[in-house]
Ligand binder design. Structure first.
Ligand code: PSU
Ligand code: MN
Length: 283
């Protein structure tokens, strides 16, 4: 089962990032699957990190954030970079890994009608056959537009065990999820059926954060608005935007959004492990 590394280097501060990365790997093992955290270290693409490598990555500064466009260039220059959802999918697929757990995917940013800021994660889901388990799209994004783009690209968006689309820190939103499944076996079965039909691309599973760990939408919405306004005032766009918004929300919620982020990633790792095990038995 694949795990990304941008969440470690750009999504959470040290030392919570290292602690979380280790806990995710332990959770996957407890569930009976094998974790492979993916990153580029000194020009080499690693699918699975040793403890010392994970430790060094979590402490490192100025690590590149790698998406589809940057992956090969980082390798060619001997650089070190963390993989986003898009780049992690590419590496996982090369290694024969079909299931991947993360926190939230990138999507269509608010104001995208002016900025054109749409994450390459969405296009990767349309191309690369990996089932990605997330907690829904982050509410810092424009969720309706994100769903529209995924629909246009033919990406199945499957809410796990509920009708509404989970919204990362909040277990539900006022948007209906396009699809719903209630057990890991159905998700694994659909993955296999897509391949049998010759359909390119992956599946996006949106797994709601456990309700005891969630932050209600009404509570987080004004803070998102504030963080977004600050990013705009400071002219922060492109790759640094998502890391800035996440870090600012961690501050504005006095660490609560970080605790929720950790809880939802662990929850996603558990579900992804079950899907991976189910897929293994189907194959
Ligand atoms: N969700 C998180 N933390 C993160 C990310 C997502 O909770 O750090 C990262 C993922 O690696 C995702 C990337 O692929 O942000 C999206 O960045 P962008 O919006 O620049 O495409
Ligand atoms: Mn972007």
């Amino acid at each position: 089962m694949a795990l990304e590394s941008t969440i470690i280097t750009h999504g959470m501060p040290f030392p919570q990032n290292l602690d979380t990365a280790r806990r995710i790997e332990a959770t996957v093992r407890e569930a009976g699957a094998v974790p492979a955290t993916i990153a580029v270290l000194s020009g080499q693409l690693h699918v699975g990190l040793e403890n010392a490598q994970l430790d060094a990555l979590a402490r490192a500064r100025d690590v590149a954030k790698l998406s589809r466009a940057d992956l090969a260039a980082c390798i060619a220059k001997g650089g070190t970079g963390a993989t986003t959802v898009a780049a992690t999918m590419i590496a996982a697929h090369h290694a024969g890994i079909a299931v991947f757990a993360t926190g939230g995917i990138g999507g269509v940013h608010r104001g995208a009608e002016h900025s054109f800021d749409i994450s390459a994660d969405l296009y990767e889901l349309a191309k690369t056959p990996v089932t990605v388990v997330c907690a829904g799209a982050k509410a810092i994004l424009d969720l309706p537009k994100t769903l529209e783009v995924l629909e246009t690209l033919g990406v199945p968006v499957i809410a796990f065990g509920q009708d509404s689309l989970p919204a990362f820190w909040s277990a539900s939103s006022d948007l209906a999820a396009p699809l719903r499944m209630d057990d890991p076996d159905s998700i694994a079965h659909a993955h296999v059926a897509r391949a049998a039909l010759g359909l390119r691309g992956g599946q996006l599973v949106a797994n709601p954060v456990p309700t005891q760990d969630e932050i209600a939408q009404a509570a987080i919405a004004p803070l998102i608005a504030q963080a977004t306004a600050e990013a705009e005032a400071q002219g922060i766009t492109g790759k640094p935007l998502t890391p800035f918004l996440l870090a600012r929300l961690h501050e504005l919620t006095a660490g609560r959004s970080l605790a929720t982020n950790v809880a939802l990633v662990l929850n996603n790792a558990r579900l992804a492990a079950k899907i991976a095990i189910s897929l293994y038995s189907l194959r």
